[in-house]
Design a protein around this ligand. Structure first.
Ligand code: 13P
Length: 251
């Protein structure tokens, strides 16, 4: 079996950050240079900060990603931003299908698949988010939901350089709650199995991140679970100290 892929710790800043936040990015970069970690690092700021963050992070150990894209490359889509535009602004990745967008923008699995494909078309890595709700977990329907989301939103061809999966249980986001290590292991093993189906060569190289209330205090335990290849971090990624404290799980 191939060796585990290099982990990725990515910060999703959501709708947080103004120009002054460049100072926090600077602290993350300085910290990553001073104490190197054995994982890739990425910050996904709001679109307004992409270009300036990409400039600050150029040549540093921190990559810059975006939080969403439109599926089309150009056109009459007021307010939307294409994957090509994100790349042009300096992003190397884009989050697609975050549960907050699935909920508040009614994004379907088909929409998410189109966005993941748009990312690949533009040369961006897609961080494709999936995860069950509390009701689904309590009903024992977690794996069925994960399977449906993967079937409906995975791009037709898997490219480990262009695709990362993020398992984010909706009920664990911003709540301080996390699944047990056993539950994380079960879902990640299930995702890995599905990725390997028909893709023996690339399925093992696609990184599967865990996201949902990851903090410095629980990162080492969560990152130690089999088939957890990093983290997608919300709130704790806004503070350099916390974000670097999470990445330190890979030191
Ligand atoms: P929190 O880390 O704040 O729970 O958010 C997780 C998340 O939604 C990352 O995309």
């Amino acid at each position: 079996m191939a060796s585990a892929p290099r982990p990725l710790v990515a910060g999703n800043w959501k709708m947080n950050g103004l120009k002054a936040s460049r100072a926090e990015l600077g602290k993350i970069i300085e910290g990553a240079k001073a104490n190197p970690v054995a994982c890739d690092l990425m910050i996904c700021p709001p679109a307004t900060l992409l270009e300036s963050f990409a400039t600050v992070a150029l040549g540093s150990p921190v990559a810059i990603g975006a939080q969403d894209c439109h599926a089309e490359p150009v056109g009459a889509f007021t307010g939307d931003i294409s994957a090509e535009m994100l790349r042009d602004a300096g992003a190397s990745a884009v989050i697609v299908g975050h549960s907050e967008r699935r909920a508040t923008h009614r994004e379907s699995d088909a929409d998410v698949k189109a966005k993941a494909s748009a990312a690949a078309r533009a040369g961006l890595m897609a961080i494709l988010c999936i995860g069950e709700t509390r009701e689904e977990r309590e009903a024992g329907a977690t794996l069925a939901r994960i399977e449906r989301q993967l079937d409906g939103s995975l791009p037709d061809t898997l490219d480990a350089q262009k695709l990362v999966i993020a398992y984010e249980p909706v009920w664990a986001i911003g709540t301080g709650l996390t699944p047990t290590v056993k539950d994380v292991a079960e879902v990640h093993a299930f995702i890995r199995k599905r990725l390997l189906k028909g893709n023996e060569r690339t399925g093992g190289a696609v990184r599967i991140l865990y996201g949902g209330s990851v903090k410095p205090a629980n990162a080492r335990e969560l990152m130690g679970v089999a088939d957890v290849n990093g983290a997608l971090v919300g709130g704790a990624s806004l503070k350099a100290e916390d974000f670097l404290g999470i990445a330190a799980a890979y030191r």
